[in-house]
Ligand binder design. Structure first.
Ligand code: NDP
Length: 327
């Protein structure tokens, strides 16, 4: 038997999450059984742990949309016992039991071998948020990052923190947008050269185009902020849209696309094919300074997760929560 955070639904439809003992026979079918070492807390995890149940279809459920650990048994020739692996996406933690467990069983296709430069703990300090940040940076590179600062919104959150550190390491100026002025030193430490107050971009304007200020953008916020910043991107520049922490609506005009050739690039980390995941993890190992990654980590154990799930939905988590499932 081993520990897992199990979410159940009672007769009145209310969900409750608690650390429980489960066995190997309880795990869903899959080709590879992994001794999980670390998982993380992402926005989606907050939804899956929370009272509404969010994205979960069947109960009982073990959330945790990502994990890193060591292969215990494998029916797939690509993996053998002792291999270090990392998993993000593929609806693990949503429709398939996830990483908030000392053991997980998954399809071999969903795993990636962990780059040798990263420990399982570092991999989860990156986690889904950091992996997505790398995908966003790669998408911007594919379309060409223009001169001038690259804007990162929701900068003190998970995606924003990792995007800031990677872009700075690659030699870009980074303008970090945050609603928490107290995180300015943290963001400067990650390499941000400019701190932009959230209110500056939340103020609505009737002007569809403003001064061309940013060479590109990684946007974790969406909503009105995304609509506003589209009109501030340099001619031919791109915005990698990652999240909707500030809302799912997009009250924008087509003018930035028509008159400035701005590209809006949608980033989805969930259904990334194997080759693309491998490429992104290799870039993370190469381009993310590990000493900066250390400053993002907030350690946690399985029993901390119900509270952390609530915190992340309120936008109150700084950097990356790394869950040691064996703590
Ligand atoms: P976090 O909660 O760690 O960070 C989000 C940040 O956004 C907050 O820290 C805060 O930053 C800012 N923020 C929160 N609420 C608001 C608001 N109302 N208005 C403006 N800014 C706000 O989440 P993650 O970084 O993990 O994820 C960010 C988004 O990306 C989420 O929507 C998530 O679902 C999505 N996502 C998408 C993925 C994909 O595959 N496309 C993968 C992973 C995440 P600050 O305090 O600095 O202002």
């Amino acid at each position: 038997m081993f520990n897992a955070l199990v979410v159940n639904k009672d007769d009145e439809g209310k969900t409750q999450a608690a650390v429980s003992q489960i066995g190997l026979d309880d795990l869903p079918a899959g080709e590879v059984t992994v001794a999980v070492e670390y998982s993380t807390v992402n926005y989606k995890d907050g939804l899956c742990i929370g009272p509404g149940g969010g994205l979960v279809r069947n109960y009982p459920h073990v959330p945790g949309i990502d994990f890193a650990g060591t292969v215990e048994t494998s029916e797939d020739s690509r993996y053998k016992a002792g291999d270090k692996v990392v998993l993000t996406g593929w609806r693990v933690g949503e429709s398939h039991w996830g990483g908030y467990s000392q053991k997980a069983r998954v399809n071999a296709d969903w795993l990636v071998p962990l780059p040798s430069a990263l420990s399982t703990k570092q991999a989860m300090a990156v986690g889904t948020a950091g992996f997505t940040a790398m995908l966003a940076v790669m998408a911007l590179e594919d379309h060409g990052i223009k001169d001038g600062p690259v804007l990162v919104t929701g900068a003190a959150g998970g995606v924003g923190s990792v995007a800031t550190a990677i872009l700075a390491q690659l030699g870009h100026e980074v303008a970090a947008v945050t609603g928490r002025p107290e995180t300015a030193d943290y963001l400067t430490g990650l390499g941000a050269t400019q701190i932009v107050a959230r209110e500056e971009l939340n103020e609505t304007t009737k002007r569809p185009l403003e001064a061309e200020s940013w060479g590109g953008c990684v946007d974790a916020v969406g909503g009105e902020m995304l609509a506003r910043l589209l009109g501030q991107i340099k001619y031919g520049g791109s915005v990698a849209a990652v999240g909707l922490a500030g809302g799912a609506g997009l009250p924008a005009t087509v003018i930035p696309f028509l008159l400035r050739g701005v590209n809006l690039l949608g980033i989805d980390s969930v259904m990334q094919p194997y080759e693309s995941r491998l490429r992104a993890w290799e870039r993370i190992a190469k381009d993310l300074p590990l000493e900066k990654l250390e400053t993002m980590i907030q350690p946690a154990g399985l029993s901390d997760l119900p509270q952390l799930g609530r915190d992340i939905l309120k936008g109150q988590v700084k950097g990356r929560v790394v869950v040691d499932v064996n703590a």
